[in-house]
Design a binder for this molecule. Structure first.
Ligand SMILES: NC(=O)c1ccc[n+]([C@@H]2O[C@H](COP(=O)([O-])OP(=O)(O)OC[C@H]3O[C@@H](n4cnc5c(N)ncnc54)[C@H](O)[C@@H]3O)[C@@H](O)[C@H]2O)c1
Length: 360
């Protein structure tokens, strides 16, 4: 395993293991971050991205692997948290030898880390990686994989939103509420369908004209607005960020008219402290990593041999988990994001501790 220099110090971040992998001939430079295996093997996708520097790649993998530990813990999975990054432009350097070299490094961890898709990697890449390692999920349907994870991601977001609606308005339904969906991509489209079926009014926006054409053709009742700024300032009850991270920031939060935020996008809180601003404005934020766990629940199910109904049942439980977090937040007088972290840490500590009971 090659090791390349870094100025970061994972020793201070609480990660169990950080592995630098290099294969000069194929051009592979990867970092695998394992934050915790307290609940089981670490699961998290591989991000293939042209980072500006190795420091940036390392910072991302440390951050993302920690996030996966919390997400997997709250999703009720017997899986820890990890993530990997491949440093480089996938358009330029992705190749069979590079992916297979990466697969061999994953295999060398002997099951401490399971990989899956993330930004820049796709099911077809997982099939290539799987030629070198057993520890890969998110594979194609022909290889026993679960296929498109956005189906259960959207279902889980809808469940989390129902729990938030119940907390604020007393009934677990979006019926009669006006929901603003920012981003009509893979998840946003399915979410829109669930919302309409539940009797919600949907107002939406997207930067991609094809997404707008899709919604005009399939759901003409959806109202379209020019951009996210117009959406957040409009008269909505619920805001569902389903595009990129950082949706809840110093521009959007002060003008947001919704009472509830629940959406699929990862890392919605632009900076620490913004969750407090939301709470002070009386806006209930259902933590992103809790409500968008349907996708990881789906790929995790593949490890057992994929069963859609079982995975859907698990994703449906996002309703219960969100409810529990919102109650805990009220009881402890903290924002839901803090309550979610506490609950995840509790499960990692309490269930992880059981491994100290000696079996043989
Ligand atoms: N797909 C999954 O299973 C999954 C799981 C967990 C989290 N997420 C997160 O959910 C979000 C959406 O995922 P996806 O799979 O639907 O991605 P996607 O790329 O299919 O869709 C994103 C959509 O957002 C639109 N968009 C981009 N910038 C925008 C802007 N400024 N304003 C309005 N629209 C904009 C894009 O045009 C696109 O239609 C991402 O943040 C992703 O990380 C997805």
């Amino acid at each position: 395993m090659g090791v390349f220099a870094s100025t970061e110090d994972p020793g201070t971040t609480g990660h169990e293991q950080v592995v630098f992998c290099q294969d000069k001939q194929s051009g592979l430079k990867a970092i695998i971050g394992i934050y915790s295996t307290a609940l089981g093997p670490a699961l998290g996708g591989t991000r293939f991205y042209p980072y500006a520097s190795e420091e940036e790649a390392l910072a991302d993998v440390l951050d993302l692997s920690r996030g996966m530990a919390y997400k997997n813990a709250l999703a009720g999975l017997d899986l820890g948290g990890g993530k990997a990054v491949i440093w480089g432009d996938p358009e330029q350097i992705k190749s069979e030898p590079l992916l297979r070299a990466y697969g061999r490094f994953v295999e060398s961890l002997a099951g401490r880390y399971y990989t899956a898709c993330d930004v820049g990697t796709y099911v077809a890449d997982m099939d290539v990686i799987a030629r070198e390692t057993r520890y890969v999920t998110g594979r194609s349907v022909e290889h026993g994989g679960a296929g498109d994870s956005s189906i259960l991601t959207a279902w889980g977001v809808f469940q989390g939103m129902r729990a938030a609606a119940e907390h604020v308005w007393g009934a677990p339904t979006l019926s009669g509420r006006r929901v603003g969906v920012a981003g009509l991509g893979k998840v946003g489209k399915y979410l829109t369908a669930h919302l309409l079926e539940d009797g919600a009014e949907v107002v939406a926006t997207d930067v991609n004209p094809k997404a707008l054409e899709w919604v005009r053709a399939t759901h003409p009742q959806v109202e379209l607005v020019d951009d996210t700024a117009a959406l957040v300032a409009s008269d909505i009850d619920v805001y569902a960020p389903c595009a990129l991270g950082g949706a809840l920031n110093d521009d959007t939060v002060p003008v947001l008219r919704a009472k509830v935020v629940a959406g699929a996008a990862n890392n919605q809180l632009a900076h620490p402290g913004i969750e407090k601003v939301l709470a002070d404005r009386g806006i209930l934020y259902a933590p992103d990593y809790v409500v968008n766990a349907g996708g990881v629940i789906q790929v995790a199910d593949e490890i057992e041999g994929f069963n859609f109904e079982r995975a859907k049942l698990r994703a449906t439980r996002i309703y219960n988990t969100t409810r529990e977090i919102l109650r805990l937040a009220d009881d402890e007088g903290v924002p839901p994001a803090v309550a979610a972290d506490r609950l995840a840490e509790r499960r990692m500590a309490e269930v992880g501790r059981l491994r100290t009971i000696h079996l043989r």
